[in-house]
Design a protein around this ligand. Structure first.
Ligand code: 5AD
Length: 360
């Protein structure tokens, strides 16, 4: 073995030893772990799986996803819902259609729903308040919003109306890359929104994409460090998938392997955040969920959106489970969860960082 080759191997072992002992990881440690070779990655996943078990137990939590509008005013370069895309039909589900999804979640024993949309200007804060109250009156579920950037005043009102949680992915913590992907938004504003959501007492989730054009492992280490600094309750990490009718259609997709490494390192660094096996990962690999659950993840988000709308919610193409009806999904998921020796959590699955939140 040459000296040049030997040096990084020692460093990998040091980084892994620190991770395993739950000692703080430096940016260099994180980069080294993200650059694990395939054998090293197996060890990384094993340790992340052990830390997941220690802090989160063997539960897999369900979050029912309701994509209630695909109207969006933004022009994110990677996203199929971007305002400039005329190739998709736009829809807004009616209140009654949304409540029907919530009743279905209730029947399926799903105690947590995510209301997701593009940044749809039709949804004024008054309309959102009405929606949240109606959902809360329909079933005993935790309500998570995933509707983009809003003012702090809006966030306060949405929280008061009964929303419990909020997802706002920062997508990438590298300011230059962020700027190149988001012609009409700024990283600074994204961060401001996340801090506002934390201050308004939401359980807050963020996340990033893996394998964006021009993204390096050092940039991904910055994502992990941001997760740690924000002390997030939830973190979603998925591969970038090129979407038709977007400027990035010809770019290469992210890989399963690097996405799993990001999930594992994020588990090692954040310990007790709720982390989904993302739909984007499952789209890339039919066994993506199982792999993610064994590399640090502990959540899955079954699709509750009516099948007739799903084709239009094309953030990226060929989404996993596009045509599976939700009742079928539950059977499939129960089997998959059992196949890795885990259990579906029967409750709404609050944050374990801020257990003061209750859903009476
Ligand atoms: N590939 C993968 N994920 C994407 N998202 C948006 N566009 C893409 C894409 N082309 C993710 C973003 C967003 C979430 C709803 O979907 O992370 O926050």
């Amino acid at each position: 073995m040459t000296g040049v080759k030997a040096l990084p191997r020692v460093r990998w072992q040091d980084a892994m030893a620190r991770a395993s002992a739950e000692a703080p990881l430096s940016e260099e440690d994180i980069v080294t772990l993200l650059e694990s070779d395939p054998d090293e990655a197996q060890e990384l996943f094993r340790v992340a799986d052990r830390i997941r078990r220690k802090y989160m137990g063997d539960w897999v939590h369900l979050r029912g996803l309701i994509e209630f509008s695909n109207v969006c005013r933004r022009h994110c370069e990677y996203c199929g819902l971007r305002a400039g895309n005329r190739a998709i039909d736009r829809y807004r589900m009616s209140l009654e259609e949304i409540l029907e999804c919530v009743r279905m979640a209730d029947r399926m024993g799903i105690r947590s729903v995510v209301l997701q949309s593009g940044e749809d200007p039709w949804y004024t804060v008054e309309r959102l308040e009405e929606l949240i109250r109606a959902v809360k009156a329909t079933a005993q579920v935790a309500v998570t919003l995933s509707i983009g950037e809003r003012s702090r005043e809006d966030y306060r009102r949405l929280r008061r109306a009964g929303a419990d949680r909020y997802l706002l992915k920062h997508e990438t913590a590298d300011e230059g890359l962020y700027r190149s992907l988001h012609p009409d938004s700024r990283f600074r504003d994204r961060l401001r929104c996340l801090l506002d959501l934390i201050a308004e007492d939401f359980q807050v989730g963020s996340g990033c994409m893996v394998g964006l054009p021009g993204q390096t492992t050092r940039m991904l280490a910055q994502d992990v460090i941001l997760f740690r600094e924000l002390e997030l309750d939830m973190i979603g990490i998925g591969p970038f998938l090129p979407s038709p009718h977007t400027p990035l259609w010809n770019a290469a997709p992210g890989t399963v392997e690097l996405t799993l490494k990001m999930v594992a390192v994020t588990r090692l660094v954040t310990k007790n955040a709720h982390m989904p096996a993302t739909t984007a990962l499952t789209t890339l690999d039919p066994l993506g969920r199982e792999k993610a659950w064994q590399a640090g993840a502990n959540v899955v988000m079954p699709l509750l959106t009516p099948i007739r709308y799903r084709e239009q919610y094309q953030i990226y193409p060929d989404r996993a489970c596009l045509r599976d009806d939700p009742e079928h999904c539950m059977g499939c998921l129960a089997l998959r969860v059992a196949s890795v020796g885990r259990w579906i959590f029967p409750g709404c699955g609050d944050s374990v960082k801020h257990p003061v939140h209750a859903h009476a």
